[in-house]
Design a protein around this ligand. Structure first.
Ligand code: ASP
Ligand code: MG
Length: 457
């Protein structure tokens, strides 16, 4: 039986540092060239470009400052194009992109903020990257082409954090992308898409991984490779635990827990499309592609009780006490309704007879840097309960398998960190994690102790 072309395709994604300049792009091209199964390549904007585009998209007031930021972006793109010496039509395309950038940024600063124009501006960083990498691959003799991701990645109209439409994406990929794969290595943009009215949208910061996973899902790819500046997922952050080591295989469930609990390698939402379509995900280092890297799969050969540790600092614990809670119905519902109104997402929760303690998740909240707990929130809670707020806490998560039904896990944790104060513990909701809330100052010690106890022989 002839093998279906789709299922033999590998989707490879390169992040911002991997496409930062020509030497970096050359390393991407080496990886693509070495593996003919890589037929779809998804790229981020060159490092530093999206941050600057975000600044421009908010409308920079002093004109001199705006010009400064614009010039910095242009310098990054020009230095790539100068080193690449591309064909004249690429230079013409680059001029178009950069002049559109200047136009949009002037509009957003002078006329006013319009969400759709902001996203159109943000998308230009990725557009430059895919154009350059496709040109480089052609210079190396590959039949490569730059493909507009908006033709396939359909989203809703929530500019800035648009939600993808996987079914539509699947259909459009069949129509526009699959026919190209026979003859071309297709280079396309991460992070961007289009709504039903064909307006450009973006998927939220760090969204290129998600784009790559959506392409992999749509094509039922054989694998998704995420090439970045680290050589895989580690048993713990090596900056905090020196003896941390790379993990060769990890399940989707564990990787999602790691992403949720602070490991910054992947955005938690990234894995969903790959997991839905059962596409294994590889994470490797662009600079050292020969290193083993990490595979994320449905099931792994080894299933250790403890696979990894992660930590999330800066946690806030809110304790609500009310005598009304005694035998009352609906207290928690009321409390949660108030938190939801203030757009606060709750993380861990424990309850007692008359009180409930919960930690607040800072990741899903505003990016404005405002404090999570505002006076307005406290005022709304006051009629319901007494509130106490503790800061300076860290959440340490033990990630693995069957944590909630393996004897002695919890007792070992308690023994290992017996001298430290554990402010709260959460176990049992998921078999894949056990969390302890501790003082932020103790977190590094605790990570090292647990790492030694669970992950070093
Ligand atoms: N360039 C976008 C960002 O910096 C998307 C990405 O790199 O994943 O957020
Ligand atoms: Mg990135």
């Amino acid at each position: 039986m002839q093998r279906n072309l789709e299922s033999s395709v590998i989707v490879a994604k390169f992040g911002g540092t991997s496409v930062a300049d020509l030497p970096a792009l050359q390393r991407c091209a080496d990886i693509v060239q070495a593996n003919p199964a890589i037929r779809v390549v998804v790229v981020s904007a060159a490092a530093g470009v999206t941050n600057r585009l975000v600044a421009l998209s908010k409308g920079i007031a002093p004109e001199s400052e705006r010009m400064q930021v614009l010039t910095e972006i242009m310098d990054i793109q020009h230095s790539i194009s100068k080193a690449l010496s591309p064909s004249p039509d690429i230079n013409a395309q680059l001029r178009d992109y950069l002049s559109r950038m200047a136009e949009l940024s002037a509009y957003l600063s002078d006329v006013g903020i319009e969400a759709s124009k902001q996203d159109e501006l943000l998308a230009l960083g990725e557009r430059c990257s895919s154009m350059f990498l496709a040109e480089l691959l052609r210079q190396r003799g590959l039949t490569a082409r730059d493909f507009n991701a908006c033709q396939v990645i359909r989203t809703d109209s929530h500019f800035g954090s648009a939600e993808a439409r996987p079914t539509r994406i699947g259909m459009l990929a069949k129509e526009h992308l699959t026919p190209l794969l026979e003859n071309y290595c297709v280079v396309t943009q991460g992070f961007i898409g289009a709504d039903a009215a064909d307006r450009v949208t973006t998927l939220g910061r760090g969204g290129s991984d998600l784009s790559a996973a959506l392409f992999a899902e749509a094509l039922r790819a054989q694998a998704l490779q995420i090439w970045t500046d680290v050589d895989g997922i580690y048993t713990c952050d090596p900056r905090q635990v020196k003896s941390a080591r790379p993990i060769s295989e990890i399940t989707f469930a564990e990787a999602a827990e790691m992403a949720t609990f602070g490991a910054k390698i992947l955005h938690p939402a990234t894995l969903l499309p790959a997991q839905r379509a059962q596409v294994p995900v590889f994470i490797g280092c662009t600079r050292e592609p020969e290193k083993a890297g990490t595979w994320i799969k449905n099931t792994t050969k080894q299933r250790p009780v403890c696979r990894a540790l992660s930590v999330r600092r800066g946690q806030v614990l809110l304790t609500a006490r009310s005598l009304n809670m005694l035998h009352a119905r609906g207290f928690l519902a009321e409390l949660f309704a108030i938190l939801a109104r203030h757009r606060i997402s709750v993380d861990l929760i424990t309850t007692s007879e008359v009180s409930v303690a919960l930690t607040l998740d800072a990741t899903g909240s505003h990016s404005s840097g405002n404090k999570l707990i505002s006076q307005a929130l406290l005022d709304d809670l006051a009629p319901l309960c007494d509130v106490e707020v503790e800061e300076g806490l860290a959440l340490v998560a033990i990630i693995g398998h069957q944590l909630s039904n393996t004897p002695e896990v919890a007792s070992r944790v308690f023994q290992m960190i017996a001298k430290k104060n554990i402010r709260m513990i959460s176990q049992g909701a998921s078999p894949n994690n056990l969390c302890v809330l501790v003082r932020e100052d103790d977190a590094t010690d605790i990570l090292n102790t647990l790492h030694q106890g669970f992950l070093e022989n």
